[in-house]
Design a protein around this ligand. Structure first.
Ligand code: CP
Ligand code: NVA
Length: 308
């Protein structure tokens, strides 16, 4: 049994196997109706709890559909409706749920909740996003990049905007998959230096460049995300917008990268803020492939959780 808590804490060879598995299963299902069961049923007779303490469209639907395609059943739970949201400890919740279900996916605020859940659960626990990381998203993004452009190792990825939870998992992935990452954004919103250090120690180049146009020179991939994440105070909105405006991904910025540079955004997006619709709907954008690949990547993650 494996937990999938973060990219940097998962074995490199396992991460590669998960991506390859995701690609193979996706290809095998190509053109079939969405509710078609996969040929083998790795989650047959298994029950999966999907816990959400924050809103979600992609994570909720892709996990739910993925479990069903693999022969299992799901139960979608809202944190606020559970005793968890009313004082029951995470440890007790983990112990109780482990008596009913075979796997737990949780989207939460503080990552300590995820880690405590994993520590006390006797079934696999998957990180469906915390304030600090979003590993399932980046596994889908690696799959997406490689489908379009081949191996990501040695490529230059540029993150433009807020050095948030999604950016953090990109830094973890840089270390594990061997690509270089340049962060461009205001100093106040730099990614965590611990994660920058982790990637640098793994031997990949991590640059911080305040000038977005300089940053994207030679980029193979430009990524951005919302300027105000779910865990950010709404009162910080105006201040964040003022700081982040120079880092909007628009046609001019895309032109400064390699001509075939891809554009990614985990979605949901605020069109006209962090990225323009021209870029999001443009020829280099792969945002809806990323969304689809959440399904395929997470199915491979769940298989790895139960089969190893
Ligand atoms: N990208 C992502 O995690 O989307 P949701 O918030 O809709 O799940
Ligand atoms: N950074 C965003 C990602 C949403 C999928 C957030 O945490 O709100």
């Amino acid at each position: 049994m494996n937990h999938f808590l973060d990219i940097h804490t998962t074995d490199k060879a396992d991460l590669r196997r998960i991506i390859d598995q995701a690609r193979a299963t996706k290809e095998a299902r190509s053109g079939k109706p969405k509710a078609t069961l996969d040929d083998d049923q790795p989650l047959k007779d298994r029950m999966v709890a999907l816990i959400f303490e924050k809103p979600s469209t992609r994570t909720r639907v892709s996990f739910d559909v993925g479990v069903r395609q693999m022969g299992g059943q799901t139960m979608v739970l809202s944190g606020s409706d559970m005793q968890l949201g009313h004082g029951e400890t995470i440890a007790d919740t983990a112990r109780v749920l482990s008596r009913y279900v075979d796997m737990i996916m949780i989207r939460t605020f503080d990552e300590s909740v995820l880690h405590e859940m994993a520590e006390h659960a006797t079934v696999p626990v998957i990180n469906g996003l915390t304030d600090r990381t979003h590993p399932c998203q980046i596994m889908a993004d690696i799959l997406t990049f490689e489908e379009h452009r081949g191996p990501i190792a040695g490529k230059k990825v540029v993150w433009s905007g807020d050095g948030n939870n999604v950016c953090a998992s990109f830094l973890h992935a840089a270390a594990q998959f061997g690509f270089d990452l340049t962060f461009t954004g205001p100093v106040q919103l730099d990614p965590e230096m611990e994660f920058v250090g982790l990637a640098r120690n793994a031997g990949v180049e991590v640059c911080i460049e305040r000038d977005a146009f300089k940053a994207v020179e030679g980029a193979d991939l430009i990524v951005t995300d919302t300027w105000v994440s779910m865990h950010d105070a709404q009162s910080s909105r105006e201040r964040r917008h003022n700081m982040l405006r120079p880092y909007q991904v628009n046609t001019d910025l895309m032109k400064a990268a390699k001509p075939d540079a891809l554009f990614m955004h985990c979605l949901p997006a605020h069109r006209g803020e962090e990225a323009t619709s021209e870029v999001m709907d443009g020829p280099n954008s792969v945002i809806f492939d990323e969304a689809e690949n959440r399904l395929h990547a997470q199915k491979a993650i769940m298989r790895w959780c139960v089969e190893g």
